[in-house]
Design a protein around this ligand. Structure first.
Ligand SMILES: NC(=O)C1=CN([C@@H]2O[C@H](COP(=O)(O)OP(=O)(O)OC[C@H]3O[C@@H](n4cnc5c(N)ncnc54)[C@H](OP(=O)(O)O)[C@@H]3O)[C@@H](O)[C@H]2O)C=CC1
Ligand SMILES: CC(=O)N[C@@H](CCC(=O)OP(=O)(O)O)C(=O)O
Length: 342
């Protein structure tokens, strides 16, 4: 049994890690942290975890983390960096859900996150945790940088086309909409029920911090620089991301065949038949990315639709998939449940 800890277990992705790990046969969660809720049992904050987890929140210290086999950082950016130098001395695999080690270029990270990087020497040690692209490198990584939620939906949506070299690389438009849990659990007026309910809006159209991460990932897939327009939106629901991606074909290909073959062996990517429209509720609480690709009438524009649960395939589920790969466990351990519908 792997000894696992979660730093930031009162947050939405931390609680999702706990929910999934409570049904995982290869691990024992022994440490959950929160600075604000020290001493409180989990179920006081998350009654869904009653009878599944009887741990209490503890203060996060490098000393406690050093005794683990695996630590998940489900913390705001900057936190994992600040503790990493101490932790890296020990034999602990770090799986970071934050943006701290996702971007390889330190200057780009500092420009978008507006602070100096706290552990620059470790950036090159980190492996980007998108199994469908990087599975082999994840097997030996000691620092796994899990992708952001929007980047997961967009990269999985475009990977087959980029690997085929079949689209214009400077003519990609992404409209993506997220549920409100994407913004985390800390209180903000903009995320109150009365502010988001019964409304729909774009944000970050002049530059969102997931843009450089998406560009880096798509460029890795294409083998050359990829540009895109990325506009996130806020949807008045708790979980889910729906990315609608518009691309222009440069040559004629059998798109459905390309997608079906590219993901034939992927346990967590489901390609729907041509003409379908995936729904966010069909992946709620699951680690699945559900995709459909349709051709717009009379032209060379393709519309790719990609849905994920931002807390699961977009965060905690993908982090656990990476842990399973890293430790040679069945990749789907703990991650097999179907979505709750209706
Ligand atoms: N929400 C989502 O859909 C996704 C989130 N992410 C990323 O995952 C990370 C966690 O997100 P989310 O769960 O939404 O965040 P939340 O705001 O919901 O939770 C943050 C957690 O981190 C803890 N924390 C905050 N500051 C510190 C600190 N300095 N030291 C130790 N612990 C700290 C908090 O507890 P306390 O303050 O009590 O210690 C809390 O448990 C973020 O980096 C986020 O960007 C990635 C993909 C999707
Ligand atoms: C709805 C909402 O606010 N979503 C968040 C998603 C970003 C996120 O989760 O941050 P990282 O993945 O980079 O850590 C946002 O747009 O800031």
């Amino acid at each position: 049994m792997l000894k696992v800890g979660i730093v930031g277990a009162t947050g939405y992705t931390g609680a999702e890690l706990l929910r999934i790990l409570s049904n995982h046969n290869g691990v024992q969660v022994v440490l959950i942290t929160s600075r604000a809720e020290q001493g409180k049992p989990v179920a006081e904050l998350y009654p869904n975890l009653r009878q599944h987890c009887d741990l209490v929140f503890e203060a996060p210290t490098a000393e406690k983390i050093s005794l683990l086999d695996v630590v998940f950082f489900a913390t705001p950016h900057g936190v994992a960096q600040s503790m990493m130098t101490d932790i890296a001395k020990h034999d602990v695999v770090v799986i970071d859900l934050s943006a701290d080690f996702r971007i390889r270029d330190q200057a780009v990270w500092e420009q978008w996150y507006q602070q100096p990087h706290g552990a620059p020497a470790l950036i090159k040690e980190a492996v980007y945790g998108l199994p469908e692209f990087n599975r082999k490198d994840i097997r030996t990584a000691d620092i796994i940088a899990c992708p952001g939620c929007y980047p997961t939906s967009v990269q999985l949506g475009l990977k087959p086309l980029l690997e085929q070299g079949a689209i214009e690389l400077d003519n990609i438009i992404v409209n993506a909409a997220s549920g409100v849990t994407g913004a985390g659990r800390s209180a903000k007026v903009a995320n109150l029920f009365t502010e988001v309910h019964d409304s729909f809006k774009a944000y970050g159209s002049t530059g969102h911090r997931h843009l450089p991460e998406i560009k880096q990932g798509l460029s890795d897939m294409a083998g050359e620089y990829v540009d895109l327009t990325f506009v996130p939106h806020l949807l008045p629901m708790a979980r889910g991301i729906h990315a609608t991606i518009y691309v222009r074909l440069t040559r004629q290909i059998d798109v459905q065949k390309v997608y079906s073959e590219a993901y034939a062996d992927e346990p967590f990517v489901d390609v729907l038949p041509a003409g379908s429209h995936p729904e966010t509720r069909s992946v709620k609480g699951t680690n699945t990315c559900r995709l459909a690709v349709n051709r717009a009438p009379e032209g060379n524009t393709l519309v790719v639709m990609s849905v994920i649960d931002n807390l699961c395939k977009g965060a905690a589920g993908q982090a656990i998939q990476c842990m399973n790969i890293r430790f040679g466990l069945p990749e789907n351990e703990g991650l097999e449940a179907a979505a709750l519908m209706p």
